[in-house]
Design a protein around this ligand. Structure first.
Ligand SMILES: *[C@@H]1O[C@H](CO)[C@@H](O)[C@H](O)[C@H]1NC(C)=O
Ligand SMILES: *[C@@H]1O[C@H](CO)[C@@H](O)[C@H](O)[C@H]1NC(C)=O
Length: 348
């Protein structure tokens, strides 16, 4: 009996050890794969996507809010207010500010804005920030991120409550094309490193511009593009897309929707992250083959927006140019590029 018992004990021990080993291996594998997932999530956009996917849907208005009656038979007739893929085109007279603001107040959103003030472009920063404080998402939480190589020339600007300014240092460059090209990389990294859970929307704006009118919740969407003021009445064959098939920014003749601005774009954080990452990679792959797209990041952005249709399109009210006379369909200029002498401000 004793012999049988000790044999049984050995067998049981053996099985226990075997199970234990299996368990440890399994656990190890699980923890390894968990770590891998975590790593890719941290490097990619996974984490961001999960935490903000619901921000852009479910529009809940506060009960009892009084506003003017909407109509589907009366409205703007001088402009097109929807794209062929049914994204709204935002023009003055197509939205109700009070209603939209009430909806987004309930969501308690945070908007980030990036602006690059490299080299002499720092001279535009004060006006940009002061007018942004007044017109850009007034009454909402806005975090401004200024990228500059002239840290001690950043102006002191008093901002309204709930609005912050963060300054990030970037290296100087001898070519404005390079400064423009690196923007996408810096936007990508900013989102990955600092936005993880507290920013819902981001807009990337040109510093050499000023706000003149409201730019607010009507501009919010998944992926948001602004129509360039210089080409919106033209045939697309005249758009300054990159036309060399060797470039990753290539758009063939007879293709493309609109010509969008490189000077203003935005949307949900995860959407803009995807855009910045793609444009950066395409730009860098082009550079390895000695190609620089006609309008650098603007060319890559136009290619991206042609493939990945914006879910909201902002009319040229959202980026006009001071030197251009206002066209009659532009009832209100909200944001506009200032007149400047390129020879004086660009390093090359
Ligand atoms: C709104 O968001 C801010 C910042 O994320 C947070 O501190 C605050 O508690 C939120 N308020 C509500 C009512 O959820
Ligand atoms: C744009 O130009 C092309 C080529 O000249 C022409 O075939 C096309 O019909 C034009 N499109 C519009 C909308 O006028």
């Amino acid at each position: 009996m004793a012999k049988v018992n000790s044999k049984a004990v050995i067998v049981i021990l053996f099985i226990t050890v075997l199970l234990g080993l299996l368990y440890v291996c399994q656990y190890y594998r699980i923890s390894l794969s968990f770590e891998e997932t975590w790593k890719t999530e941290k490097e990619g956009s996974q984490t961001i996507r999960i935490s903000h996917s619901s921000t852009d849907v479910h529009l809940e208005s506060p009960p009892g809010l009084k506003y003017s009656q909407p109509s589907i038979v009366h409205g703007r007739t001088d402009v097109v207010t929807v794209t062929p893929w049914l994204a709204p085109v935002v023009w003055e007279g197509t939205f109700n500010e009070l209603l939209l603001d009430s909806i987004y107040k309930k969501k308690n959103i945070t908007v980030a804005a990036t602006v690059f003030a490299v080299g002499k472009y720092i001279m535009f920063l004060k006006d940009f920030l002061e007018t942004a404080d007044k017109h850009f998402f007034a009454g909402f939480r806005v975090d401004f991120y200024v990228f500059t190589d002239r840290l001690n020339e950043v102006p002191k600007v008093n901002m309204a409550a709930g609005r912050t300014l963060t300054v990030r240092s970037v290296p100087s460059s001898n070519r404005w094309q390079e400064i423009s090209a690196r923007r996408m990389e810096l936007i990508q990294k900013l989102i990955e490193e600092t936005f993880q859970n507290h920013v819902d929307y981001i807009f990337c704006l040109d510093v050499d511009s000023k706000f003149h009118g409201r730019w607010g919740t009507e501009s919010l969407g998944g992926l948001v593009a602004v129509i360039h003021p210089g080409y919106y009445r033209d045939n697309r064959s005249r758009f300054p897309y990159e036309r060399r098939p060797a470039s990753r920014a290539y758009v063939a003749p007879g293709e493309g929707d609109f010509y969008y601005c490189g000077g203003a774009f935005g949307g949900l954080v995860q959407e803009v992250h995807q855009l910045a990452k793609t444009c950066r990679n395409n730009f860098e792959d082009d550079a390895k083959e000695g190609i620089e797209a006609a309008w650098q990041e603007e060319s890559h952005l136009n290619r991206y927006m042609w493939i990945n249709k914006p879910s909201k399109v902002l009319s040229p009210e959202y980026l006009w140019q001071d030197f251009k006379q206002r066209n009659p369909e532009v009832l209100l200029i909200r944001f506009s590029g200032v007149i400047k002498n390129y020879a004086n401000i660009r390093p090359n």
